[in-house]
Ligand binder design. Sequence first.
Ligand code: ZN
Length: 192
Amino acid sequence: MLTQNEILEIFKESEALLTGHFKLTSGKHSDQYVQCAQVLQYPQYTEQLCGHMAESFRDDGVDLVIGPAMGGVTLSYEMARQLGTPSLFTERVDNRMALRRNFHIPEGARVLVTEDVTTTGGSVLEVVDLVRQAGGEVVGTAVLVDRSGGSLDLGVPKQISALTLNVVAYDPQDCPMCREGQPVVKPGSRKE
Ligand SMILES: [Zn+2]
């Protein structure tokens, strides 16, 4: 198992976790920004972080791992590799989460659901529903970054995250960084 400091170090080392003054896609401002793809581009970090989360599910008899595309695919694959199970992913069809490509969840299968980052848990909850409707049993969720500060309840027996953050988002008129005159950066564009 990794310590919280070792996990934070991996995120900072890979520039997946930035601190500063950011304009989020919602239009709000924040002093923290997480981009999981930055850490997941390094297989050795993905292996370490998934190994950390997989420890919690070793004795759960997981039959398969599944995550929503795009964010959940890499995590599902590496978690499945470490747990010795198949890895599936879901996709949106007409805005509804769906299993495509002849993927199949056997009746009674014990299923672990993965995702890279959750704030309100929308996509993960949709996958959990899909698994249950297919007749699978959700044993838990493994989410790389929980941005809800740990307050999010996904209604599953076991809910694991490598990193829990409490990302505070400000309306621009209430933003303390704006008040201090710090230039705001739109993440996704190149660093200043
Ligand atoms: Zn601001």
